[in-house]
Design a protein around this ligand. Structure first.
Ligand code: AMP
Length: 411
């Protein structure tokens, strides 16, 4: 037997991807975002510099390897850093320029697969680059909510938080370390070093002992500087103004190092986070570009589709073509082929039997193909230059002059 694929469930049904992608493109159009397509693999340095070496994504989950030229490369584990690199490389920015970029594509993480967690999955992302305004944060969150709405998910609540600037993080990290002092003493050296290097990550823990230890830890919101506080208040006002349902959740800190101030998630009870985003004012500079405030989101498309399934909003399969041309007699087969050629030359999709099947079998094939209409040619139709049309959904039948049929076929 072949090994199990890296990604399954909704992944193989293309009509779901068409729905997911057309929703993504619709939102891009509504808010004015331009798509970038970046390579699947990148120099590993890009992710080391952006995500931070202690992040789970970089330290445990990266698919990285040396190529034949001894270059250390990685399959992209997320979409933001490549989009930002593309932004810097193509010199899209510039003083005072705001760029709106978006992407949709596969990303790769080495983790334990389960429903809603795959080693290859897809992210749709929106990045607003060049504005420090909380209006930019609100726009990204509003576009995210609109994306979920487009794929059928209406009643989602966005969880927002602010993790402030470097000073806030520094002070809060010290507060975390002193709060879990006793627990930390009981850990091995490696664990201690890791915790000291990035104490915020402790807040993501699933370890029940540490969870208990973290009880009573003061909120990061109490450590915010004045600017961060004002931005967070403004963001909430703008969200309310846009009609976005949100709640403040000070436990959200996000797994990647590059976030500043706003962080947000939409969480489902069954599959965890459906998206993650926030502001990352230092990222462009960290990647070698000019200092550029930015905010963005990465949406987990498989999870969003799974939740849409549960809500009874699974995208419906589209028929590959609407018409099936049926030859009712042997002598009508050539005329059926000619009619199919004509329909296609007019831009109307159709399918027809290639294997001399009986009329009954042709109707069965039409049904199986998802066609909703059949155009039937038999001896009478050939003699009278007509086409008999049967609507497979309503059962309605009528015979039309051939030229009239050709006029209505693309309606
Ligand atoms: P992140 O870049 O970690 O914030 O991830 C963004 C979104 O991608 C998450 O909110 C999830 O919806 C989704 N995601 C992350 N990891 C996986 C995975 N292994 N399989 C499927 N979706 C994932």
């Amino acid at each position: 037997m072949l090994p199990a694929p890296y990604a399954k469930e909704p992944v193989f049904e293309a009509h779901r991807w068409h729905a997911a992608e057309s929703s993504y493109r619709k939102v891009a159009g509504l808010f004015g975002y331009q798509e970038v397509r970046t390579p699947i693999f990148e120099d590993i340095e890009l992710f080391l510099r952006s995500s931070g070496e202690t992040s789970d994504v970089v330290s445990k989950e990266m698919y990285d390897f040396k190529d034949k030229g001894d270059r250390h490369v990685a399959l992209r584990p997320e979409g933001t850093a490549p989009a930002m690199r593309a932004y810097i490389d193509s010199s899209m920015g510039g003083q005072g320029v705001v760029s709106r970029l978006c992407y949709f594509g596969p990303v790769f993480r080495y983790n334990r697969p389960q429903k809603g967690r795959y080693r290859q999955f897809h992210q749709a992302g929106y990045e607003l680059i060049g504005s420090p305004s909380p209006l930019a944060d609100a726009e990204i969150i509003t576009a995210t909510v609109r994306y979920f709405k487009e794929i059928g998910l209406d009643n989602l609540v966005v969880k927002v938080n602010s993790i402030g600037r470097a000073e806030t993080r520094g002070a809060y990290e010290l507060a975390i370390l002193s709060h879990v002092d006793k627990w930390l003493d009981g850990q091995d050296e490696e664990q201690q070093a890791k915790a000291r290097k990035n104490p915020l990550r402790l807040l993501d823990t699933k370890d029940p002992d540490l969870r208990a230890e973290l009880d009573g830890l003061p909120s990061i919101l109490g450590f915010l500087g004045d600017d961060s506080k004002a931005n967070f208040a403004a963001l909430q006002e703008h969200l309310a103004e846009s009609g976005v349902a949100y709640e403040v959740d000070d436990s959200i800190v996000r797994g990647l190092d590059y976030y500043t101030d706003t962080v947000f998630e939409v969480v489902s009870t069954e599959y965890g986070a459906l998206c993650g985003g926030g502001r990352y004012d230092g990222l462009v500079e960290q990647l070698g570009g000019p200092s550029t405030p930015s905010v963005g989101v990465g949406i987990g498309v498989e999870r969003a589709l799974l939740v849409a399934d549960m809500a009874g909003k699974a995208p419906r399969a589209e028929a590959p073509s609407r018409w099936y041309v049926v030859a009712a007699t042997e002598s009508a087969r050539a005329a059926a082929r000619t009619l199919a050629i004509e329909l296609r030359s007019m831009g109307v999709g159709c399918t027809l039997d290639l294997d001399g099947r009986s009329v009954k079998a042709q109707f069965k094939q039409a049904d199986r193909n998802g066609a909703s209409m059949t155009a039937v040619l038999g001896d009478d139709e050939l003699a009278n230059e007509t086409v008999s049309v049967k609507d497979l959904v309503t059962g309605e039948q009528k015979t039309l002059p051939r030229h009239v049929f050709l006029r209505i076929a693309d309606d």
